[in-house]
Unconditional design. Structure first.
Lengths: 414, 110, 1011
């Protein structure tokens, strides 16, 4: 793999960019792999990457029904933060955040991780208390966050309206090292690095059956033929129930549409990410200038990647209230993704009833920020059978009643 | 922006009048049940891509709960029916079969 | 130069001059102009700068597909960035500024930079650069990149939008989108069936392109036919028509958004600026027309290069021409119309190059007859770079661009063929097929979007279906109107053929590069996406690097991601990608079409709900009194409750302490009306409440009250409150303020979906009643005084109304229900009166209470009083992860009942576990107040390196009565560790040491409430 650098760009510029090679190969599937990862989204590619990088397992195929990075990895609002309340969440999201910091250098592909800072606004007394609690928890978890007063919020977000009138801003939880990254580049960077390790990324290949023998996974049938494997990792977000059904088990998951939208690009006016949970809206400004805005989920199972417009209305209303100038911007595009939501809205990184079959799912509305940590933990679990980071995210927790509930601190999990 | 016909008041209710209530025909397990049964009742979900039986409430309308048979892939609504039943009535199954021959959902099929 | 001609301009009124300004210069146009046509009339060809390279850009199109002419419009609180000049109607005083340049539109530093760097700044540049060293991205690279972000300036951060917006509902049998001849015909046909028809047109004028293109319909010139048809439709009761209203998106089950621009053409005239139509249509007809494609030749972005049909629009509609010497380049016959029209208007057509070897049909013959020099099999090799067209190099189409002939010209009209507007068809899942003959994707009628009944609900009409000839358009439109009406349940009708006349056209020929084998030097100067500066070479590079999916190419190059969402660029880009991959275009496919069709204002999406009416505000009957008497409001759900009542000069802290002390020492009044009040009634009500509450409610005697807990089926505490048994089959359940609606819904859900054979009714009477907590040592005195004043009333003595009893009767002449319950540990009555009497009752209490030291108190005082008593608060001690057992509430968990909601869940291994944190009281060693939300640390770290915690603070206050901090918390093995001191690290860096104590801090024996 040729390295990317300013020198390479200069050299190619002089010869009309004819010398660039493919970022990833496009191979036909082999008959057998040690590990098959189903789903070439961020989480699946990251799992493959860390299997190779941390455990030397490179006889790996990543199988993708559509195009790599085309699911929720390419549809989210790119927020990265780790200011979670519960220990297991804080651990994996902080792992992810810290890996994001070095990701561009790690795989020589600029994912434009932008540690611009994330503010979660407190607009009720209840939220003030919830975020102060989170700040206390974060301090013990090794996550650097800070409770800030309204004046500091205004300093960081000049376009904000502190006064309400309905929900004045009472302060916020500030994570200076949170931020955003270029979502597509995360998938592409992982794909390029996996391909360079000799892994096969097989796009436009749909898994039609998961084959098991005596309670153990032995391979998959696909639209490109049967492929054998020793282990399989299901990392397909909204489609995880469909896949688990093929392997003969159910998941504590429901798939719903989550929406987002962007405004037309304008000159930079907001340098941080702001989340306002009382009014249900969050917004950041991309390096291209668009205001990137997250919406809510529909209340029904949905596989269409389309959502209902009243959620967009609610979100925009919230943002106009919080940032009055938004009123005179225009919505450029709205879209939806299918997110998989578990009973406690926290993810699954887990063994399954089928031996050799692992699942990574249930990231709901907050998966992008977790990608490197999720892949790291999943790879460790698949390679060694145990991962401290993944421990608490086992499917078994629902049987025991040991939930990881993040909604308790008013911090909606997106 | 779904429309579902409320089987109680007959209104073609739009989504903003409705509240989705998740998987239908769950059998409640209480004290005395096994851990597995209780767990499955509370957390395991069908979540099919295709025919789904689910609960809705006409919350900003007559307030009644009802059932819907709906496709999660096309959002087609095959039928809505009473909430006071533990299984889809034959006529509802027939309506689904007319559109999706060979369908099945949990223990029910066309 | 571009200029206004003396003749033509069917849309302008030359008798009405309109003054406007562009970049501060005063200019003049006519009523009926768009900002774009008025700028052209003033020879303002240069209108903006592109996103990446800051290339000088002019108008390319005449409609909403325009990618270049975006301006900042208006000033101050009416400023808006990125407004399209082509869709902005000119009005007097209009003020526009061009965007994305410094220091000025004409001289831009960014352009110089990108001229030097552009050969490096290809697709993927940022992914390959700025990787090392890491810290530079945040501090140097990104700030630098962000400087070049965006197009228009952000609106002023301190100003609130001066305009208002509104939402509007509409229901139609048939919604027709597009007021061109196809839309008019479809609407007319559908309306004839009696269907309720809504017809929307995004422009201010009707008829679409046809009045410009020519041809006759039913023997009339197009313009006359449009007027006649519009009059007919206007006269029909079942037809509603709106211009300036764009259908922005088609959503599931026939939901369509309309975006009506009411005052954009006349700002400040009053009324809402935009109206968002929420339309439900049984059937949708998209008569959205087609968009002309640019041709891909080097320099196709130089100002003065314009779509051929748009150039014709400017001429016919507004009487302006972008040039005096025009080169026309085409691969189809339609561009000949432009050549002919310009020629007839006195504009010189210096050359017409037709890429087809075989050339055109009747129109070509006519052009030649007029003396226009037509050359077939020829192409534009290059338009000379600059701020406007000066020279055009002509070459053979089937070559690499050599042997050029250079000719002088000041404008170029190009036509690469037409693509139907398929956006609205596609939004909700309509599929496309590739039409080889027209070289475009068109809707596949066999795979239409489907609605709730599984049937197709969108049908296309006219050129939106694919055909371009007038006869085919009209026939298709009539059929579409009839089909939609029938599908909407109207009787089928036979559709009469619409008589038309037009000229016949020769087939077009796909031309994706001009010339066909253009070399890399040319491809690097050939634009696909104007606004985002994506060139042919970028798409080829993406393909070479493996970004083969059309979505990868789009995202890697930003093709089609600009504010026009690729209306001009997508098909040309796809063709280049397919060519690079050696694939067929249909195999490559399209990217997803998403709403809105064109950007719509956030203001319109938000609608009326802003400021005070952002959300509904729930007010208790005493709301106004609180507001007048110093209430410091706290939002609680949609309610507002007084946090405390501030006296002049008083701090919040002082006010709360005053209330706390006064209530314990004298008399406090709390407006408790927001507490939920649910009546549960019926023969099975007792049985039902036994399932709902963890404790036994069926055994409660009429006249008595009992504190109850409710859990979710998952075992967690969800609500609490006092339940009163009213009579044999009636209970009244109090819920928390936030819980009323939720618990009511919870009850209905179980009753309707699980125990539907139980005979129980539930009614939420929260807002029917005003409820006042009369609290403190003087509580009985004030009530008895009221009774004395009224000459009688209910007996409120300890004997007649004991603790945890309730009674109906009169107090001070008010019909009232009195509950002897206490959330403060004081002598306390909660008294409910009719909501309509709430204020009068409150006034009476305040008046009579004067001699007893009455003061109202707010929610914070309420919290402190209950915390002093160790009473838990839902939302403080509970957070959705806490079970009653954690809070020492075992006494409230009935052992006698086999089942209650949550019981089975609480038997799971992690719930039935002594390691769970338990409720205790906490007292700091130094008397200070523990920080809210603090955690107690234990020894060491966990497997993930996080400090181990052994507890946390759930409530913490300064108690004025005890003059020290008091707190409650959940601590591991807490109740067994009384007296132990544990550490709570604060955010201020201090370690707060707190002793584990009993959670009841005040009046441990509970004597005060029993007097």
């Amino acid at each position: 793999m040729k390295r990317y650098s300013a020198f390479a760009v200069a050299r190619e510029g002089l010869r009309y960019h004819t010398g660039w090679e493919r970022a990833w190969r496009s191979p036909e599937p082999k008959r057998h792999y040690d590990v098959i990862i189903v789903g070439a989204g961020g989480h699946g590619l990251a799992t493959a990457y860390y299997l190779g990088k941390n455990f030397g397992i490179t006889n790996v195929a990543v199988i993708e029904k559509g195009w790599l990075g085309g699911g929720n990895t390419g549809r989210n609002t790119t927020i990265i933060r780790s200011n979670y309340l519960q220990d297991p969440s804080a651990a994996i999201y902080e792992k992810a955040r810290s890996l994001y910091e070095g990701l561009s250098q790690d795989f020589n592909y600029n994912v434009m991780f932008s540690p611009r800072g994330v503010i979660m606004l407190a607009q009720t007394e209840h939220e003030v208390r919830g975020y102060k609690r989170t700040a206390h928890a974060n301090a013990l978890q090794g996550v650097t966050t800070e409770w800030i007063e309204p004046a500091r919020v205004k300093e960081l977000v000049p376009i904000i309206n502190l006064e309400g009138p309905r929900y004045p801003v009472l302060g916020g939880l500030w994570q200076a090292r949170g931020g955003t990254a270029r979502h597509d580049a995360v998938a592409w960077g992982y794909a390029r690095a996996c391909s360079a390790m000799g892994m096969d990324i097989i796009q436009k290949c749909e898994v039609t059956n998961v084959r098991t023998e005596a309670g153990r996974v032995v391979g998959v049938d696909t639209t490109k033929g049967a492929i054998d494997c020793d282990k399989i990792g299901m990392v397909v977000a909204g489609n995880c129930s469909v896949l688990s059904q093929m392997a003969g088990f159910r998941l504590p998951v429901e798939s719903v549409a989550l929406q987002a939208l962007v405004s037309e690009p304008i000159k930079p006016c907001m340098d941080v990410v702001v989340m306002a949970n009382t009014v249900h809206g969050y917004m950041s400004q991309s390096d291209k200038g668009e205001m990137v805005i997250g919406g809510g989920t529909d209340g029904f199972n949905n596989y269409t990647q389309r959502g209902s417009f009243h959620h967009i209305e609610e979100t925009v209303r919230a943002l106009v209230e919080t940032f009055p100038m938004v009123s005179r911007l225009k919505m450029l595009r709205q879209w939806g993704g299918i997110v998989d939501v578990t009973g406690d809205r926290s993810p699954l990184i887990s063994k399954t009833p089928v031996e050799g079959c692992f699942v990574n799912a249930g990231w709901g509305t907050g998966g992008f920020k977790a990608i490197p940590g999720s892949g790291w933990a999943m790879a460790e679990l698949m390679a060694t059978g145990h991962s401290n980071l993944a421990e608490e995210f086992s499917m078994m927790r629902f049987k025991e009643g040991k939930f990881i509930d993040e909604s308790v601190a008013a911090g909606v999990a997106h | 922006m779904l429309i579902l016909e409320c089987p109680y008041c007959g209104v073609h209710a739009e989504e903003t009048e409705l509240h989705g209530g998740g998987e239908a025909h769950l059998k409640r397990f209480g004290p005395g049940s096994s851990d597995d049964d209780f767990h499955d009742y509370l957390f395991m979900r069908e979540n099919p891509r295709g025919v789904h039986l689910e609960r809705w409430r006409h919350v900003n309308g007559c307030g009644k709960w009802f059932h819907a048979a709906r496709c999660t892939q096309t959002l087609e609504v095959f039928a809505t029916y009473s909430a006071q039943t533990t299984e889809p009535p034959q006529e509802v199954k027939d309506k689904i079969s007319a559109k999706r021959p060979g369908w099945s959902w949990r223990e029910f099929k066309g | 130069m571009s200029t206004r001609l003396a003749k033509q301009g069917r849309l302008i009124d030359r008798s009405k001059q309109v003054e406007f300004s562009f970049n501060g210069t005063k200019l003049k146009g006519f009523a009926g102009d768009t900002l774009a046509s008025a700028l052209l009339a003033n020879d303002q060809m240069l209108v903006g700068r592109s996103f990446k390279y800051h290339r000088p850009r002019g108008l390319v199109a005449s409609g909403s597909e325009e990618p270049n002419a975006l301006v900042g419009l208006g000033v101050g609180d009416r400023f808006e960035p990125n407004q399209r000049a082509t869709t902005t109607e000119l009005f007097s005083g209009l003020s526009a500024v061009s965007q994305n340049h410094w220091p000025s539109l004409n001289y831009d530093i960014g352009e110089l930079n990108s001229k030097f760097f552009s050969r490096f700044l290809t697709a993927g540049f940022y992914y390959k650069m700025f990787i090392h060293p890491r810290p530079l991205w945040k501090h140097v690279y990104e700030p630098f990149i962000r400087q070049s972000a965006g197009l228009g300036k952000a609106p002023n951060k301190e100003l609130k939008d001066a305009d208002t917006y509104e939402h509007f509902y509409f229901f139609a049998d048939v919604l027709v989108i597009g007021g061109g001849v196809a839309g008019l015909q479809a609407a007319k046909t559908a309306a004839a069936s009696g269907a309720k028809v809504l017809l929307l047109e995004e422009k201010s004028y009707w008829g679409g392109r046809t009045p410009v293109d020519g041809g006759t319909i039913e023997g009339l010139e197009a313009e006359a036919w449009v007027e006649k048809t519009l009059n007919e439709l206007n006269a029909m009761d079942n037809v509603t028509i709106r211009n300036r209203t764009m259908a922005s998106g088609v959503y599931d089950h026939g939901y369509v958004l309309g975006y009506e621009r009411l005052t954009d053409h006349a700002p400040g005239q009053g009324g809402p600026r935009h109206r968002l139509w929420r339309i439900r249509a049984s059937q949708v007809v998209t008569a959205t027309g087609a968009i002309e494609r640019p041709l891909s030749f080097a320099g196709n972005d130089v100002p003065g290069v314009m779509l051929a049909a748009s150039m014709r629009d400017y001429l016919v509609n507004w009487g302006v021409t972008p040039g005096k010497k025009v080169v026309v380049a085409t691969n189809n016959d339609d561009a000949y119309r432009t050549a002919i029209a310009l020629h007839e208007a006195g504009v010189e057509i210096v050359r017409l190059v037709d890429a087809r070897e075989s050339g055109g049909g009747e129109l070509a013959d006519k052009a030649r007859e007029l003396g226009i020099r037509v050359e077939c099999g020829r192409a534009i090799a290059k338009v000379k770079d600059g701020k406007r067209v000066t020279k055009v190099a002509i070459c053979a189409q089937n070559g690499e661009g050599g042997a050029r002939e250079e000719i002088e010209a000041d404008a170029v009209a190009m036509s690469g063929g037409w693509s139907p507007v398929v956006h609205l068809w596609s939004h909700c899942g309509g599929k496309l097929i590739w039409d080889e003959a027209q070289a475009h994707f068109r809707p596949d009628p066999e795979r239409a979007p489907t609605s709730h009944d599984g049937n197709a609900f969108v049908v296309t009409a006219g050129s939106a279906s694919g055909p371009l000839s007038l006869s085919a358009v009209m026939a298709d439109a009539a059929a579409a109107g009839a089909k939609a009406a029938e599908a909407a349940g109207r009787p089928a009708q036979s559709v009469a053929a619409v008589e038309t006349s037009e000229v016949s056209e020769a087939p077009m020929e796909a031309v994706w590069f001009m010339p066909a084998k253009a070399d890399i030097q040319l491809r690097m100067k050939t634009w696909l996406d104007y606004q985002n500066d994506v060139k042919v070479s970028d798409v080829q590079l993406a393909a070479r690097e493996g970004y083969e999916s059309v979505e990868h190419t789009k995202r890697y190059t930003t093709l089609g991601m600009a504010t026009d969402q690729g209306k001009l660029s997508n098909i040309n880009g796809l063709a280049v990608l397919a060519d690079s991959l050696g694939a067929e275009i249909p195999q490559v496919g399209t990217t997803t079409f998403r709403p809105p069709y064109h950007p719509i204002s956030m203001g319109a999406i938000g609608g009326e709900a802003r400021g005070e009416i952002f959300q509904p505000l729930r007010k208790t009957p005493m709301y106004e009194w609180h507001d007048k008497n110093g209430a410091d409001w706290e939002p609680v759900g949609h309610w507002r409750r007084p946090f405390t009542y501030l006296r002049p000069g008083e701090s919040k802290h002082d006010a709360v302490n005053r209330e706390v002390k006064n209530t314990r020492e004298n008399l406090g009044l709390l407006d408790a009306s927001t507490l939920g009040k649910l009546i549960v009634k019926g023969p099975d009500a007792g049985k039902f409440l036994d399932m709902l509450y963890t404790n036994m409610m069926s055994t409660l005697k009429p006249g008595k009250c009992r504190y109850g807990l409710m859990c979710s089926e998952n075992g967690f505490l969800s609500d609490d409150g006092v339940v009163a048994r009213i009579d044999d089959d009636t209970w009244l359940c109090h819920t928390t303020t936030g819980g009323a609606d939720r618990i009511h819904a919870h009850m209905e859900e179980w009753l309707q979906t699980e125990w539907w054979d139980w005979k129980v009714y539930v009614a939420n009477v929260t807002e029917q009643l005003a409820q006042v907590a009369v609290v403190g040592p003087n509580a009985r005195k004030v009530l008895e005084k009221l009774n004395a004043q009224a000459g009688g009333g209910m007996d409120l003595s300890k004997e007649a109304l004991g603790f945890m009893e309730w009674k109906d009767g009169e107090i001070g002449g008010f019909k009232a229900r009195a509950y002897r319950i206490s959330f403060s540990g004081e002598l306390s009555y909660e008294i409910a009166v009719a909501a309509s009497e709430g204020q009068a009752f409150w006034d009476a209490l305040m008046e009579a209470g004067k001699e007893f030291g009455v003061m109202p108190y707010g929610t914070e005082c309420l919290h402190i009083l209950r915390a002093e008593k160790g009473f838990i608060m839902i939302g403080d001690e509970t957070d959705g992860t806490v079970i009653p057992q954690d809070l020492g509430l075992h006494w409230a968990l009935s052992k006698k009942k086999e089942d209650y909601i949550g019981k089975r869940a609480q038997q799971r291994s992690y719930m039935d576990n002594p390691e769970r944190w338990q409720l205790v009281g906490l007292e700091t060693v130094d008397g200070s107040v523990l920080p809210d939300g603090a955690y107690a640390v234990g020894q060491g770290v966990n497997a993930n390196g996080q400090k181990n915690t052994i507890g946390r603070v759930t409530s913490t206050y300064y108690s004025a009565n005890l003059d020290r901090g008091i707190a409650m918390g959940l601590v591991k093995h807490g109740p067994k560790r009384m007296g132990e001191v544990i550490d709570f690290p604060g955010l201020d860096g201090k370690i707060y040491k707190a002793k584990i104590v009993d959670p009841v801090f005040y009046d441990k024996e509970g004597e005060k409430q029993n007097v």
